[in-house]
Design a protein. Structure first.
Length: 321
């Protein structure tokens, strides 16, 4: 999956470097001006604002994808590196989503390289500060989801120090789920599966946006090879590989000459619905739904709080050295 934020021109690189330098300077000036002997309770919030307004870049490699058994090397491709840029908090949120696992394995094969480089780029923003800082982004599409991911920058907050924190919500890049529609579905059926399918759909379409993925599948390029490998790896984990695998006697929607990203996504959504339903039923959501019953207003309020694939919580921790 190619990042929309890939740096491809010399002017883009120059602009990114200029913005990075400016944001590092501003952050350093702000933090070094703080009183090192007195932790300001408002500082994490101000730091979060600075990180949100900064622009950073992160270069990462695709070696874990190219090592996959499902990867086929395209002709004429030598460069297997990518660069993405955005705000520090935005890239941490993106890294948390990329770092999510299904059945104990990463959804995106390049997650390790991506999250490591994003973390290092965010940490570069702390240069010249005289406080200890940690930033942790956490994504779970629904409460207590087994499908979840985190990304970090900085050291771990010490358990015995006076640590101040602030938490902000950042877009995950995933589509939102309609809480009112979920409430109507559940009130009418009382079935967990009625909730699992739209949640699975949001997750799959978040990782494989239909329009962008369709273009990637139609190309003869690294984009296509990486996208196909990612599809097949996820399908393998959720037991729907046979319906996607590129074999001579199958009508796979991943074929370049007849690519159908929407159909490929529907196969993954069907495969992911069962583990999501099991998660919902066995976790706290299932128990709370039994207590709520079929009250649609109460259900809608509950779903707004408990199901949010479109958001990532980013928490900033600061403490004195």
């Amino acid at each position: 999956m190619r990042s929309d934020r890939a740096i491809s021109t010399v002017p883009d690189v120059a602009l990114a470097l200029l913005l990075i330098s400016a944001s590092v300077l501003l952050l350093g000036l702000y933090l070094t001006a703080a009183d090192t002997n007195d932790v300001d309770e408002s500082q994490p919030a101000q730091l979060a604002e600075t990180l949100s307004g900064s622009t950073i870049s992160a270069g990462y490699d695709l070696e874990a994808v190219t090592d996959s058994d499902h990867y086929e090397d395209p002709e004429g491709v030598d460069e297997r590196q990518r660069t993405t840029y955005g705000s520090a908090t935005g890239l941490l949120a993106e890294a948390a989503v990329a770092n999510a696992t299904v059945e104990g394995d990463p959804v995106l094969l390049y997650a390790d390289s991506f999250t490591e480089r994003v973390g290092a780029s965010v940490e570069s923003q702390f240069v010249g500060t005289d406080r200890r800082i940690s930033v942790i982004a956490g994504w779970e599409p629904y409460r207590n989801a087994s499908i979840n991911g985190t990304s970090t920058a900085g050291g771990s907050p010490p358990p015995l120090e006076d640590v101040t924190t602030t938490t902000m919500t950042v877009s995950s890049g995933m589509p939102a789920v309609d809480s009112a529609a979920l409430a109507s579905r559940y009130a009418a059926t009382g079935e967990i599966d009625a909730l699992a399918e739209p949640i699975a759909a949001a997750i799959v379409r978040g990782y494989f946006p239909p329009e962008r993925t369709q273009l990637a599948l139609e190309r003869q390029s690294l984009d296509r090879s990486v996208t196909v490998a990612q599809y097949l790896e996820l399908a393998d984990r959720i037991d729907c590989l046979d319906e996607l695998e590129l074999e001579a006697d199958t009508d796979s929607p991943l074929e370049r000459t007849d690519a159908r990203a929407g159909d490929a996504n529907e196969i993954l959504i069907e495969g992911l619905t069962e583990p999501v339903a099991d998660d919902l039923a066995s976790g706290p959501i299932g128990a709370e739904l039994e207590a709520i019953g079929d009250d649609e207003d109460e259900l809608e309020t509950f779903f707004e709080e408990a199901i949010a694939p479109d958001s990532v919580d980013v928490t900033v921790y600061t403490w004195n050295p």
